[in-house]
Write a protein that binds this ligand. Structure first.
Ligand code: BGC
Length: 378
């Protein structure tokens, strides 16, 4: 009898303690800090949200463009560094052209001749990259923000209504992006959208990573593995030719981990056109829609490793070829190839390539996509 009472008391005590710890954990997860990030030129207030996890990892995200402003992760000795490029001030983001850390849309990447036809109607978009349309305007918009932290981690929900005709695209598009910082040192990005008219969309995040810390030299000694047997070669305007070319035997083969700079300056037609790597890889993801480990980057000096998983079929690997002495955070200057981008997305110019995975979102359909950037050390 006594034994039973002791056991019951023990179990009850244990349960109470467990519940108490979970409540504390949920509370710790829910306290997201927020501070003003300044007013846009047209007078809109923006904020900076600080997401933290139990390991001390920090992601500062502004609702201006849904931009990841800083991302601080440890090296193998526990020293934290900010591993993304960016600016200190809102006005620099407003003036900037590099899309540092931003949510990119309505159509991430290029649309040839800034034109596409959908259901027999031709839509004309602004040309902002020679003859092409590139990346859209979502990175220059103020999004609505809401703290949606849960047991999964601190989370920031950002929503934006892209009006019918904005940038030339059809349909009122309601976009939701949720950033979650988990205790597994993952920055998870969930994208969803609905439209009231058939449209096209391609959403990505445009973080520029340097695993040695932002502004600390180029990324040419860092290593990369991409799980893709093919890529989409481009023409002189960086528009895919339509071919899905095997990477085997070329500088585009990252199927095993390879130093980024090992082949970047080789005498290769595609590398010359991109001025380095600036191409879309066709991920070996046969079950599109489920999370697939797409890439892994590693810096042997700091020991930092980044793993990218996505439900998207493509990955734009860009080596910051156009960075030309940009003055960034904390007085750092960003020169050519001081960062790499791993932009999970559908293929460039898909609306003009019916054989590529479709970027059409029909009225009433629900778009959903997830990408996870996971940090570790080894
Ligand atoms: C593109 C580059 C472009 C950069 C900044 C990348 O996604 O692939 O060509 O220069 O974005 O716009």
């Amino acid at each position: 009898m006594v034994k039973l009472r002791v056991t019951t008391t023990f179990i009850l005590g244990f349960l109470t303690a467990t519940i108490f710890v979970s409540v504390l954990q949920a509370e710790a997860n829910s306290k997201m800090q927020k501070q003003p990030f300044g007013k846009t030129e047209d007078g809109q207030q923006t904020d900076l949200y600080l997401l933290t996890n139990k390991n001390g990892v920090e992601a500062a995200i502004t609702n201006y463009g849904g931009t990841v402003v800083t991302l601080k992760v440890p090296d193998r000795n526990g020293k934290f560094d900010d591993v993304v490029l960016g600016y200190d001030k809102l006005e620099d983001y407003e003036a900037g052209k590099a899309y540092f850390g931003a949510i990119v849309g309505r159509y991430a990447n290029r649309i040839a001749h800034a034109k596409f036809t959908l259901d027999g109607i031709t839509y004309t978009l602004p040309k902002n990259d020679g003859d092409n349309h590139l990346h859209g305007v979502f990175n220059k918009r103020v999004w609505n923000a809401k703290d949606v932290s849960s047991g999964a981690g601190q989370a920031l929900e950002l929503t934006y209504l892209s009006k019918d005709g904005e940038d030339g695209f059809p349909g009122n598009l309601s976009v939701k992006v949720v950033y979650t910082l988990t205790n597994q040192n993952e920055l998870k990005i969930d994208y969803s959208a609905t439209t009231d008219k058939d449209t096209v969309l391609n959403l990505t995040n445009h973080c520029y990573f340097n695993l040695a810390g932002q502004g600390n030299g180029d990324i040419l000694q860092q290593q990369l593995m991409i799980r893709a047997d093919r890529f989409t070669p481009v023409d002189a305007n960086l528009i895919p030719t339509g071919e899905l070319r095997k990477v085997k035997g070329s500088p585009f083969d990252f199927t095993t981990s390879t130093v980024i700079g090992a082949r970047i300056d080789q005498d290769d037609e595609q590398l010359k056109l991109g001025k380095g790597y600036d191409h879309n890889w066709v991920l070996n993801n046969s079950t599109a829609g489920s999370l697939f480990v797409a890439a892994q980057a590693y810096d042997s000096h700091s020991g930092r490793q980044l793993e990218v998983s996505t439900t998207e079929p493509g990955l734009q690997f860009y080596t910051g070829n156009f960075l030309d002495g940009i003055h960034g955070k904390g007085g750092k200057v960003y020169n050519r190839r001081y960062a790499f981008c791993l932009e999970t997305q559908h293929f460039p110019d898909s609306p003009n390539h019916p054989q590529f995975p479709s970027t059409v979102l029909r009225r009433g359909q629900h778009f959903q996509s997830t990408t996870v950037y996971k940090f570790s050390t080894k």
